[in-house]
Design a protein around this ligand. Structure first.
Ligand code: NAP
Length: 252
């Protein structure tokens, strides 16, 4: 099968390209660094021509509310138009668990807009909603740090390793379109403040987490299970300890 991986140079994209090629598929990585820009449309029609499936694993370079909305709306429209022109048979995208439950988050509003454009495109699709990646823990720390402490929601999360995400995205790409949503998550549900404390301790960072029900997570207050997948979710096998031992943080 000929598969275009938009964002094929990214964390998840690069792992999926490797997996698809190992399975004998023609997986083409597309991103600005290889001359395909889904914001401007540069190189997009040529990249999509003759492709069976398009997998969108891109992300906005800026997480500012206005920038991320512009990114997912503009790229969503450009990708859908190119796919319709080329007769693409399956569009696969990676979204976020709870995206439609948290309208106060600018990032998640942008993912809602991306999902709507996919549904309205007329191209058969599969949207995979994932929980937070373990690799994103450091980003959560940076976004929530205040001096010597890290202020975090009392909400739960069920983080997943990028290797498990890549396996799930590969499987969704090779399966028939579901024209709906698949949820994926990690093996364990844990309070965000507790997991981040485990992470800080593991990297020997002396900062302490403070759990606060009103602490904002990327602009939004969380209910206990806002970020937790439903009972039908496919769960990865890699837990925090296994992930950490193999991560760049442990090697540092
Ligand atoms: N982080 C999490 O916990 C989490 C959880 C659930 C879902 N997700 C979703 O997972 C997806 C992938 O995230 P990731 O962390 O793997 O991303 P990433 O490592 O930041 O990679 C982003 C990719 O997007 C590409 N890109 C940026 N601007 C582009 C443009 N204008 N045109 C085409 N490609 C462009 C980049 O290309 P260059 O390398 O050429 O710049 C890169 O390949 C995102 O959609 C995100 O919403 C993330």
């Amino acid at each position: 099968m000929k598969i275009l991986v938009i964002g094929g140079s990214g964390l998840i994209g690069s792992k999926v390209v490797t997996r698809l090629r190992a399975l004998g598929h023609e997986a083409i990585s597309a991103s600005p660094s290889s001359g395909v820009n889904t914001m401007t449309g540069e190189g997009l029609d040529a990249a999509v021509a003759g492709v069976d499936t398009v997998l969108d694993l891109s992300n906005s370079p800026s997480f500012a509310d206005k920038d991320v909305l512009e990114f997912f709306e503009t790229t969503g429209r450009n990708i859908a138009a190119a796919e319709v022109k080329a007769g693409v048979k399956h569009h696969v995208a990676l979204s976020v668990v709870g995206t439609d439950r948290l309208p106060d988050s600018g990032y998640l509003r942008a993912k809602v807009a991306q999902e709507a454009l996919i549904r309205e495109s007329g191209v058969p699709y599969t949207i995979v909603r994932s929980t937070q990646f373990f690799e994103f823990l450091n980003g959560i720390v940076q976004a929530s740090a205040k001096g010597e402490s890290v202020h975090l929601s009392t909400g739960n999360m069920q983080p997943i390793a990028s290797e498990d995400v890549a396996d799930a995205m590969t499987a969704a790409t090779l399966a028939a379109p579901v024209n709906g949503i698949i949820e994926i998550g990690g093996p364990d549900k844990i309070r965000m403040a507790d997991l981040v404390q485990r992470f800080l301790t593991a990297i020997e960072d002396p900062r302490q987490t403070i759990a606060d029900a009103k602490a904002l997570y990327f602009g939004t207050v969380l209910e206990p299970d806002s970020l937790v997948p439903g009972p039908g979710a496919k769960l990865g096998k890699i837990d925090f300890d296994t992930w950490f031992k193999q991560s760049d943080f442990a090697k540092a």
